[in-house]
Design a protein around this ligand. Structure first.
Ligand SMILES: Cc1cc2nc3c(=O)[nH]c(=O)nc-3n(C[C@H](O)[C@H](O)[C@H](O)COP(=O)(O)O)c2cc1C
Length: 303
């Protein structure tokens, strides 16, 4: 038997395989394919205080090895999340982790405060890294001081563990990781999407309505592995690694680089069953190597 349980601070997950914010809706969309309770956790679509319509279409564009998206945090707002979605997902048998965003530090705090004490929420993922919203998101994650300040203020209004989601659109990921750890982040998740763009040669115009968007999928994996490697060596708090995970082999690679858990995003779109395959594959990999505890994989490549 392989013990697949992993800890993200005080939060214990049944296994290290989770699904990424924005690629798994509010937790019910894949239930026709498999029991979402098999997952280590579900990171739900990003929510803001008020509902958002998101960016003008087109909002998705396929590239040779990934996708560009500029959804712009379309969501029904925190009130609707609590009233309409949370009651349906909280009984799924896995940790539910809402992903929260804001245009100002105050808005992050309003969302966090609203979710504090609501039954069925295991932790909050604080998105300081969205490249698709004009006035915020990535701006909070690009500078260590600003990132640290969001964490400091959100910590004041919630008792929930905070998993802070970092942007890859920075020169020194370790500096941002250390800054948010110092302010009490319980864990980090990385990476969010890489800023990119495409031109549609038929119209001779930018392919996305918002012109630029976030690149995800296999194309970003080497960047993500490098950043997980750097961030996990810079901090003591656990890391949830993501970016282009499409198979159990990819997931093992992230854990060897220093991730305690992994998140599957774009991979869900192409292979709806991928998360279950990844859980089974990691277990097999450990068994074949007489690894009794999956946590032994974390950071093994450092040695
Ligand atoms: C369509 C789409 C929507 C996303 N929405 C969010 C979001 O609301 N909040 C967030 O923190 N990340 C969001 N992300 C980023 C993913 O959670 C993930 O960090 C990124 O896609 C890298 O992982 P992947 O290559 O496995 O997709 C979104 C990604 C995609 C593709």
């Amino acid at each position: 038997m392989v013990n697949l349980k992993v800890k993200l601070g005080a939060l214990e997950l049944n296994n290290p395989v989770t699904v990424a914010s924005g690629t798994y809706g509010f937790g019910l969309e894949y239930a026709d394919f498999y029991d979402p309770g098999k997952l280590g956790a579900i990171f739900t679509k990003g929510i803001t205080f008020k509902p958002r319509h998101g960016n003008p279409p087109p909002r998705l564009w396929e590239t040779p090895s990934g996708i560009l998206n500029s959804i712009g945090l379309e969501n029904p707002g925190v009130e609707a999340f609590v009233n309409e979605y949370l009651p349906r997902v909280k009984g799924l048998g896995t940790a539910i982790i809402p992903n929260i965003s804001g245009s100002t530090v105050e808005e992050y705090c309003q969302v966090a405060e609203h979710l504090n004490g609501k039954e069925g929420i295991a932790a909050l993922e604080v998105n300081i890294s969205c490249p698709n919203v004009k006035e915020g998101g990535m701006a909070f994650g690009s500078c260590p001081n600003v990132a640290a300040n969001v964490v400091k203020e959100v910590k004041k209004v919630t008792n929930l563990p905070l998993i802070v989601k970092l942007s890859p659109n920075v020169t020194d990921i370790a500096a941002v990781a250390r800054a948010v750890e110092e302010q009490g982040a319980d864990a980090l998740s990385l990476i969010n999407t890489l800023l990119g763009m495409a031109i549609d040669i038929r119209t001779q115009r930018p392919a996305l309505g918002n012109i630029m968007g976030g690149l995800s999928g296999p194309a970003v994996k080497p960047v993500a592995v490098r950043m997980v490697w750097q961030a996990s060596q810079a901090v003591k708090i656990p890391i949830v690694g993501m970016g282009g995970i499409n198979s159990w082999q990819d997931a093992v690679e992230f854990m060897l680089a220093g991730a305690h858990a992994v998140c599957i995003g774009t991979g869900n779109f192409a292979k709806p069953m991928v998360a279950v395959e990844v859980i089974e594959g990691i277990e097999r990999y450990c068994k074949e190597r007489n690894i009794s505890n999956v946590t032994e994989l974390t950071g093994r490549a450092w040695k």
